[in-house]
Design a protein around this ligand. Structure first.
Ligand SMILES: C[S@@+](CC[C@H](N)C(=O)[O-])C[C@H]1O[C@@H](n2cnc3c(N)ncnc32)[C@H](O)[C@@H]1O
Length: 367
């Protein structure tokens, strides 16, 4: 059947209506007229697939990756970068309005590169195949390179006969570490040094990571006590420690915690306490009057118990860095003693529907 694509959904899929039922179609852009077949028909929606493009969008470009059709990771590689950025701005604007009742018109910082920007890859090995999992399955898409990861990682994949699951990471000096060798490397961002294990979290795009550090520095006042939640290898705590009297940081991953203790010494810092454990458990032990909370949770956002404790600690300011606008909106709605005063988007993940948000929340004044 022939349909017109109305708009993109939050996952970058085209939306059309078939007999008034919403239908999600991969690799289809607003304004395009396409023939589709329905692959799945559920009560509330259909999943369709394009069988023929009848009229294509002027914003369509040819995906440069040979695995584009099977892999699904770069789900917006068929859209021009300019339009991809506009889509991300519009998407966050709509999500915050819909789920938090907040009206914003966020600026976006684009990535310096749209290819070869990722400093980390996770590959799986099964039935003699090394590659990515096909979307929502355990089926492996065999690959010998990925165009969004940095070059030395691709060289490593090609020149090593890898026969197990692996994480490979590359730093700005083109050094490689892997989860198999279990070694560490030093990342250098904005003149700060960070030791990172292959399996610790580190922002995947060096350029955008540096922009986050800049935004953080610009937006923290000389505060007394700062609390950094989900602190990873200590990156944001270390940036904040320059302006804060003291920083408490909470992180659950023991590898990241171990890296954070080293990073504190490496950068000659004495005013941070890195606490190992779940934020849900450890935040209750914080007894100081906290002026600033920095929070950078995983995609699932903050646990409700954490939001409740934040609402009791009532810092003057919260800086919320998020990689999922939907959980961000959910948490902002619950932080009802605060007003979102600034939001900047950062394109950490070009060619995909994902987007990073940097938000500043100020405590509402009691009348
Ligand atoms: C998005 S990363 C942010 C890391 C760090 N802020 C940075 O910029 O590099 C989220 C971090 O939260 C940690 N994490 C996930 N769930 C947690 C929890 N319940 N309690 C504490 N840390 C958690 C992960 O291990 C990861 O290091």
């Amino acid at each position: 059947m022939k349909v017109k694509i109305e708009r993109l959904d939050d996952l970058g899929r085209g939306i059309a209506y078939v007999n008034n039922k919403i239908t999600f179609i991969k690799n289809a852009l607003p304004g395009e007229i396409v023939k589709i077949k329905i692959n799945k028909s559920l009560k509330k929606y259909n999943i369709g697939e394009v069988t023929k493009y009848i009229e294509t969008s002027p914003n369509r470009i040819t995906p440069v990756c040979k695995y584009y059709n099977e892999c699904g990771g770069c789900d917006l590689m068929h859209l021009s970068y300019k339009e991809e950025l506009s889509y991300k701005q519009e998407k966050v604007k709509n999500i915050l309005k819909k789920y938090a009742g907040i009206e914003v018109n966020p600026d976006i910082i684009s990535s310096d590169k749209t290819l070869n920007y990722r400093n980390k890859i996770t590959l799986h090995y099964n039935s003699n195949k090394l590659g990515y999992f096909k979307e929502n399955t355990n089926e492996i898409i065999e690959i010998d390179e990925c165009l969004v990861v940095m070059n030395e990682i691709n060289e490593y994949i090609k020149s090593n006969n890898i026969k197990e699951d692996i994480i490979i990471r590359e730093n700005n000096k083109k050094e490689i570490v892997t989860s198999i060798d279990n070694n560490t490397m030093t990342e250098e961002i904005n003149n700060l040094k960070f030791v990172v294990d292959a399996s610790s979290f580190f922002q995947v795009n060096h350029y955008i990571c540096s922009k986050i550090f800049d935004l953080l520095e610009e937006n923290i006042d000389n505060s007394n006590y700062c609390l950094d939640l989900y602190s990873g290898v200590g990156t944001l705590s270390i940036v904040a420690s320059k302006k804060a009297h003291f920083v408490y940081s909470i992180e659950v991953n023991p590898y990241s915690h171990k890296n954070a203790l080293i990073n504190k010494k490496l950068n000659n810092i004495n005013n941070i306490e890195f606490i190992l454990g779940k934020v849900e458990d450890k935040i209750k032990d914080i007894k100081e009057n906290i002026d600033l909370i920095i929070t950078d949770p995983p995609r699932s956002g903050m646990d409700k118990t954490v939001v409740n404790v934040i609402n009791k600690l009532l810092p003057k300011k919260i800086i919320y860095i998020s990689c999922d606008p939907i959980t961000l909106a959910r948490d902002l709605k619950l932080l009802d003693n605060y007003k979102l005063t600034k939001i900047t988007l950062l394109d950490m993940f070009p060619n995909t529907h994902h987007i990073e948000s940097f938000c500043v929340l100020d405590k509402l004044k009691v009348e």
